[in-house]
Design a protein. Structure first.
Length: 234
């Protein structure tokens, strides 16, 4: 929504026999990730539980700006993404195929630990983004959330979608389609946003489509798969 991260609160349920080393690793990970954005773990709660249960509440400061929601995209806007797309999905596919870290260690690492473009969220707000969402469930799915909330249609250009060499090579190795990963893989936690057409976007943002009248999401020049993650899909 365009806020600068400030703090997180962690709710944690743990089995009584969980090794302390596991908890040490978790807290170190929280600290390391918060340090990337100048935030901190401000508090939370711990309870005994049969299974590990983890809930995180993240806080941010808008600095007086209005929040950038999913509902502001307008016909004529351009659609752009920041961050990686499809890398975590490729890494998962490699693991499921028994390929592990080799020969694509960067993709395996992307699956294990995503690298969200944290600074691009507040940056987009300053640039005048009209709508924005994180790509946690897949580009098609999350662009669709913007389209639905804004009452518009989003048209993505297949030739503009980023497919780096490592992604293409991994797809060829596994007999899969790299654009399928880019469009439906979500665990990279990239950002997708709509901007006024005259906005001068920095290199971190890549234009991949436009906003038009209508509804839903269309990918030109490509038969897009149905996909993206839906927690409640049968």
């Amino acid at each position: 929504m365009g806020a600068d991260p400030t703090a997180i609160f962690v709710g944690l349920g743990l089995p009584g026999d969980l090794p302390a080393e596991w908890l040490d690793g978790l807290t170190d990970g929280f600290g390391d990730e918060c340090a990337l954005v100048g935030a901190s773990v401000a508090g939370g709660d711990i309870a005994r539980s049969e299974k590990i249960v983890l809930g995180v509440t993240a806080l941010g400061d808008l600095g007086g700006r209005a929040p950038v929601t999913r509902a502001g995209a307008r016909p004529g806007n351009v659609v752009a993404v920041a961050g990686r797309l499809g890398h975590a999905a490729a890494g998962l596919a490699l693991f499921l195929a028994g390929r592990g870290d080799l020969p694509f260690p960067g993709l395996a690492a992307a699956h294990r630990r995503p690298e969200p473009p944290y600074a691009c969220g507040p940056g987009a707000a300053v640039l005048g983004a009209t709508a924005m969402a994180d790509v946690s469930d897949g580009l098609l799915q999350d662009a669709g959330h913007i389209a639905k909330a804004s009452g518009v249609r989003i048209e993505l250009e297949s030739r503009a979608l980023p497919v780096p060499e490592s992604l293409a090579e991994a797809a060829a190795e596994l007999g899969q389609d790299p654009l399928g990963w880019v469009l439906t893989g979500g665990e990279d936690h990239a950002l997708v946003a709509a901007f006024p057409p005259e906005t001068r976007l920095p290199p971190e943002w890549k234009i991949i489509g436009s906003v038009t009248e209508g509804e839903g999401v269309q990918v030109t020049g490509y038969e897009a798969p149905h996909g993206g993650w839906d927690h409640f899909r049968e």
